[in-house]
Design a protein around this ligand. Structure first.
Ligand SMILES: CC(C)(COP(=O)(O)OP(=O)(O)OC[C@H]1O[C@@H](n2cnc3c(N)ncnc32)[C@H](O)[C@@H]1OP(=O)(O)O)[C@@H](O)C(=O)NCCC(=O)NCCS
Length: 162
C-alpha cells in the first residue's frame, strides 16, 4: 500500500511580546527611522526627533508593542484605540527577518491576545509601498479609502505625519 506523505510547512516562531516603555525609546526611534525609509515616506525627521515624537505618543494616546523571538526583538507595532476603532499607525519587522511569517504572527497576536475583537481595525499604507499593501490584504484587511493630494511648491514639516 502506498502512503503519500503531505508535508505542511509550519513556522514555529515562539513569539513573545511586551509593551514598550521609555527604556525602549532608542530602539523604537531607530526602527521608526528605518520604517520611514523602507516604506518610502517623505518624512525627514532625524532619529532624535523621532524619539521625542515617540515619547510624546507613548505618554499620550499610543501604545507600542515589541515582539521578541529567540533572535531578540524583531518587530514592533504602534497603535491607538478608542471606543469604536483601533488604528495601527506603525508596523515594522526587522529587515533580515522579513518574509518569514513574523508580520503575520504579529497581527495574529494583536488580534487574539491584545486587541478587542469588536472594533473596527484600520491602517494607512502608502500606495507605492507594494509589499505592505499585499501584506495587509493577505492578513484580511480590505481597501477602503484612497488619499489624493496636490502638493504646494514648498514641502514643509507639516507633512511629516507618518
Ligand atoms: C510589511 C511587513 C510588516 C511585512 O512583514 P513580514 O514579516 O515580512 O510579512 P510575512 O512574512 O508575515 O508575510 C505575510 C504575507 O504578506 C505578504 N507579503 C509580505 N511581504 C511581501 C512582499 N515583499 N511581497 C509580496 N507579498 C508580501 C505575503 O502574502 C505573505 O504571505 P506568504 O508568506 O504566505 O507569501 C514588513 O515587510 C515591513 O516591516 N516592511 C517595512 C515597513 C512597512 O512598510 N510597514 C508597513 C507600514 S503600513
Amino acid at each position: 500500500m502506498r502512503i503519500d506523505l503531505i508535508i505542511v510547512r509550519q513556522k514555529i516562531l515562539h513569539m513573545k511580546y511586551r509593551f514598550g516603555t521609555e527604556s525602549d525609546l532608542d530602539l523604537l526611534a531607530e526602527w521608526n527611522y528605518q520604517l520611514i525609509r523602507d516604506e518610502g515616506h517623505r518624512n525627514s525627521m532625524s532619529i532624535q526627533q523621532l524619539q521625542e515624537r515617540m515619547r510624546g505618543w507613548l505618554e499620550s494616546e499610543y501604545k507600542a508593542v515589541i515582539f521578541i523571538t529567540g533572535s531578540g526583538p524583531v518587530a514592533y507595532a504602534l497603535y491607538r484605540e478608542d471606543n469604536r476603532e483601533i488604528y495601527l499607525r506603525q508596523l515594522f519587522v526587522k529587515r533580515e527577518h522579513r518574509s518569514q511569517g513574523i508580520g503575520r504572527e504579529v497581527v495574529g497576536i494583536l488580534w487574539k491576545q491584545i486587541w478587542s475583537t469588536d472594533k473596527r481595525l484600520t491602517v494607512e499604507v502608502l500606495t507605492a509601498n507594494d509589499p505592505a499593501v499585499l501584506f495587509w490584504r493577505s492578513v484580511g484587511y480590505t481597501d477602503y479609502c484612497l488619499t489624493l493630494e496636490k502638493m504646494p511648491k514648498e514641502i514643509g514639516e507639516q507633512y511629516n505625519y507618518c
